[in-house]
Design a protein around this ligand. Structure first.
Ligand code: NI
Length: 169
């Protein structure tokens, strides 16, 4: 178990559709542990496997209620089967450095997935919880929140990022 390096945009790994998980073994549990450590170290409130370089359909969602808690939910092969209403709110991402933007998401969703043992899970999520799930499910299909903003804003961010990256070297 260890903290992994978080891959950032424009790394092409973030653009690949992750593979479905078919084997629920110790490797999967190890991946979840690495994702947990990496997410809480960042710190972030959600993480998808491809953000640490593993192209598998696994996401972690922080569900802690207290500040020092590290309670999370693992969703393997998650699918949004229904979405209702829309909410616009600020979003950021560990893989999109130095940027947040307002993104439109469903207010309420229905999710089907599997847990780390391969058991089916199914539930409704609303508001902030639903937003994080939608953001993470986007990741495993190679999508980022900056794909959901205007081309103008995205262009401005690309320019800003180019400048940041230039100044790093
Ligand atoms: Ni993200």
């Amino acid at each position: 178990m260890s903290i992994q390096k978080i891959i950032t945009y424009p790394n092409p790994l973030l653009r690949k559709k992750n593979a479905k998980v078919t084997t629920f073994d110790d490797d999967l549990k190890k991946l979840v542990q690495d994702m947990k450590e990496t997410m809480y170290d960042a710190p972030g409130i959600g993480l998808a496997a491809n953000q640490i370089g593993v192209s598998k359909q696994v996401v972690l969602i922080d569900i802690s209620e207290e500040e020092d808690e590290k309670k999370f939910m693992v969703l393997v092969n998650p699918v949004l089967t229904d979405g209702q209403g829309t909410v616009v709110d600020e979003e950021g991402c560990l893989s999109v450095i130095d940027y947040t933007a307002k993104v439109k998401r469903f207010q309420k969703i229905h999710v089907t997935a599997q847990d780390v043992e391969g058991n089916p899970v199914e539930f409704d999520a609303e508001d902030r919880f639903a937003r994080i799930i939608q953001h993470e499910v986007d990741h495993i299909f190679g999508k980022l929140f900056i794909d959901r903003i205007s081309a103008l804003k995205r262009g401005l961010y690309k320019k800003k990022l180019a400048k940041i990256l230039r100044n790093q070297t």
